[in-house]
Design a protein around this ligand. Structure first.
Ligand code: PEP
Length: 256
């Protein structure tokens, strides 16, 4: 049976502190990533390291992504980085609406604008959604539905097909492998997200959009989450800063 290609994205967040360290981590990942042909590997370092890392990388098996993007094209927006700028330094992906950005004030409306501008500039938006807690009445499901509807409002069906949804329950982020979601709950949630996409757009969108899981993915839980969780890959935070751990997750994804 032909294996479906997985997508594994490393989100380095505000790490590491120096370019030398960033380069070391990247080299460690690059040494092996090209052997995992069944996986699309993406790394999202802090903005300041991307240019040098991508310029110094002669391989073609690792893609780069930004961790955020401005919703403005250009102009007087101090501290912002535009989609065109990301594309110009070698990015193909951009994380949008990460829970840590939402906690810092990101709103659904700006997530929506950022998705649109990313698509205009040929960047694949990796749109993060996720509940802060799982209540027993299923309110978190309406929260997810709402986040999807607001994020993708006005995005054309053909463009939605380019979007990657990263389901990242906030309660599972930054913990140990034992605190990640269970494969069964992930499976249910992934099917729910597909249903929302189908109801909002079309059967094609519901069936085809790439859904990732993020939240304490480690070498110890990657296999069961991928085998039983009904997702096409991962958004990895902490473990992506350790080349050995990240490679082990890539290898698992390659073999499934
Ligand atoms: C993240 O913040 O995107 C993330 C998934 O982090 P971690 O893997 O450390 O939980």
């Amino acid at each position: 049976m032909k294996k479906v290609k997985k997508l594994v994205i490393g989100n380095w967040k505000q790490n590491p502190s120096t370019h030398t360290d960033a380069s070391e981590i990247f080299k460690g990942i690059a040494k092996k990533a090209h052997t995992f042909t069944n996986v699309t590997t993406v790394v999202c370092p802090p903005f300041v390291f991307i240019d040098k890392l991508s310029a110094g990388y002669s391989g073609s098996s690792i893609y780069f992504g930004g961790q955020d993007v401005s919703f403005e094209k250009s102009g007087a927006h101090t501290g912002e980085i535009s989609a065109a700028q990301l594309y110009s330094i070698g990015c193909d992906y951009v994380i949008i609406g990460h829970s840590e950005r939402r906690a810092a004030g990101e709103r659904d409306e700006s997530v929506n604008k950022k998705i649109k501008i990313a698509l205009e500039h040929k960047l694949t938006p990796v749109v993060c959604i996720g509940e802060s807690e799982r209540d027993s009445h299923g309110k978190y499901l309406s929260h997810l539905r709402n986040q999807i509807a607001k994020a993708l409002k006005g995005v054309k069906e053909k463009d939605v097909l380019q979007v990657v949804i990263a389901y990242e329950p906030i309660w599972a982020i930054g913990k140990t492998g034992k605190d990640a979601i269970t494969p069964q709950k992930l499976h249910e949630t992934s099917l729910f997200i597909r249903r929302v996409l189908l109801e909002t757009f079309s059967k094609k969108v519901g069936m085809s959009v790439t859904i990732l899981y993020g939240g304490s993915v480690k070498p110890m839980n990657a296999r069961e989450l991928l085998e039983e969780g009904e997702v096409s890959g991962f958004l990895v935070g902490g473990a992506s800063l350790d080349a050995g751990q990240f490679i082990s997750i890539l290898e698992t994804a390659h073999n499934i």
